[in-house]
Design a protein around this ligand. Structure first.
Ligand code: ZN
Length: 303
């Protein structure tokens, strides 16, 4: 059994954006290059946000201008509003990903508008992207719980999925932005989401805040999801979500999925090496687990 999965490496954006130590552009480019060398083929590398609000992303334009261009490698830039969309479109980034939020309070804190107002904005962006022939995706943030409102009704997420799929976007991602989801919830949500998605690909974005990230990925993979976000070393957070911690670690995901028969094209050893390297620029060991354990099975160490 060998089932292809795509792991989208979000370390350079979601992983770095709320790190206390400012990471310079040279280091970001080195990080991205090392990730590609370890097999990453689709990477979220920047967000086009107000640099005053997210200083770590202030060099987004320079990062994109300096990205290593390799065959088969594509890059995603995140946008939260029209202004960000225009910057992203002008930057030449391969794929633009917008963010809708499943709760109004979080949407106001993150993006300064209600969820319904955000829909209007994303509809306009989607039309502009489609007219320009650009890849355009939507992430539904806080889809499994909101830091301010608590439980998010499944019906709300389903309405959003339906609305964004109707816009003809290239991909929809469900994000557990604050890491509150549990596997049963993921399975139950997917059972309802997958039938209404039609041909729109689904991506899952998990944080490991409460140690359920890897279990949530397992539940989603079993339900048929084939695109997962992860960040090397499990670094990450959200500047506007209190208590949000790292993404699920790429190497942790790789270890589990590859041993279950899924194939991502990434190198586990390579990704472990990048996680160990990343501890240097960040000034602290990365939180994910597999890079701290010995390689298993041991024969891998020689090959
Ligand atoms: Zn995230």
């Amino acid at each position: 059994m060998s089932i292809p999965v795509e792991i989208v490496e979000v370390g350079p954006r979601d992983g770095l954006q709320s790190q206390p130590t400012l990471v310079d552009t040279d280091t970001k480019i080195e990080f991205i290059t090392r990730l590609i060398d370890a097999g990453a083929r689709r990477l979220e590398v920047a967000s086009f946000v107000n640099p005053k609000r997210v200083p770590q992303m202030a060099d987004a334009d320079e990062v994109i201008a300096r990205l290593p261009r390799r065959p088969g490698v594509s890059y995603i830039g995140l946008v939260l509003n029209q202004r960000g969309f225009e910057r992203a479109a002008a930057s030449g980034i391969d794929q633009i990903n917008s963010v809708a939020v499943a709760s109004d309070t979080f949407c106001q804190r993150n993006q300064g508008v209600t969820s319904a107002q955000m829909y209007q904005q994303i509809r306009d962006m989607a039309r502009a992207a489609q007219a320009a022939g650009r890849f355009f995706g939507v992430t539904i943030a806080a889809a499994f719980g909101c830091p301010f409102e608590g439980e998010v009704p499944v019906s709300r997420v389903l309405d959003m999925v339906r609305a964004y799929a109707d816009l003809g976007v290239d991909e929809i991602a469900l994000a557990d932005t604050i890491g509150v989801a549990v596997p049963g919830q993921i399975s139950a949500m997917l059972q309802q989401v997958l039938p209404i998605l039609g041909a729109t690909p689904l991506r899952l974005h998990c944080h490991n805040t409460r140690n359920t990230g890897i279990a949530n990925v397992y539940a989603a993979a079993e339900a048929g999801v084939r695109i997962f976000d992860a960040s090397c070393g499990g670094v990450g957070g959200c500047p506007f979500a209190p208590g949000a911690t790292g993404n699920v670690g790429t190497e942790d995901l790789l270890y589990m999925l590859e041993r279950m028969g899924y194939r991502s094209g990434m190198s586990l050893e390579g990704m472990i090496a990048v996680a160990k390297w990343l501890a240097g620029p960040l000034g602290a060991p990365t939180p994910a687990m597999v890079s701290r354990a010995s390689v298993f099975p041991p024969a891998l160490a020689a090959g």
